[in-house]
Unconditional design. Sequence first.
Length: 336
Amino acid sequence: MPNSPLPLVSSASTVLPTPSFDTALAVHEQEPLTAKSVTTLQVNLGKVCNQTCHHCHVDAGPQRTESMTKATIDQILEVLDRTPQIATVDITGGAPEMNPHFEYLVQECRIRDRQVIDRCNLTVFYVKGKSHLPEFLAKHGVEIIASLPCYQEINVDQQRGQGVFNRSISALQTLNTLGYGEIDTDLNLHLVYNPQGVTLPPPQEELEQDYKEELMRRHGIQFNRLLTITNMPISRFSEDLQEAGQLDAYYTLLQENFNRATVEDLMCRSLINVGWDGRLSDCDFNQMLDLPLQIRAPQWIKDFTLPSLEHRPIVTGSHCFGCTAGAGSSCGGTLT
Ligand code: SF4
Ligand code: SF4
């Protein structure tokens, strides 16, 4: 796989090797990468978060101030009203619940009969004024996708901060008491695993079995699915790798494990990401790298129309190897 040593500096201050993802697609006769349709709107409510995890690809934290306004949320709702093909609203951040209009967005999406996903860090339930969130999410039938990079305290606290593991366990137990994670309810609770360092995630099904056994045995916790997600070499994770002199090795790992079978279901082929300011991107990673949609597509949520976004060429870069390595990776876990 070609891998030029020439560096590029993106507008997000992340050092990237020269893009060669399109070359890999071409070699495997998968070029150009185009969208199929838009069935999911992924809404990034902002960069405010109560945590500052090492692997965070959005550089979120308590000091950030970027947060979606109610006016932009109303533009999203207007798009939903005229686009029945969008079945799912996938809400992310930062900690999306830190946005003051989070509950308004959830309620309005549910009124419009859309599936709502909350990408939840679990510890947000312990932020002042947020303790009602578990009941709120259960009442509105929101699917929860929660980060828990390991079932062992030391590994979680190392990646996500001191005390995060114990608060996460307590939050999961609360969600279980509300019916989340039970096989017979509609309250889905999925966990997310990210590896640490220069490595790809292990097989998702095997790890899920380990998680289920260990979390039940140690803490009496049940959940529905484990999603393994490859860390993207951007933002804080990229900077950590660079500091450790491992960024090139990580790109090499991703490129050497390119898997053409993942291309069919790459998440950018069926979703559009809406940034906190209303700008559209092919995915959350492109948004973070300030990569807008291709020039002929509408750039802002207020201008969204399905015909102008279906079948659009997708804007790619070297980071895309993070989605196609090994079993593939997306916000919904592995792809193959
Ligand atoms: S990874 Fe999630 S929980 Fe951690 S800082 Fe980033 S947005 Fe917050
Ligand atoms: S990084 Fe984004 S644009 Fe690139 S392959 Fe992954 S989902 Fe698609």
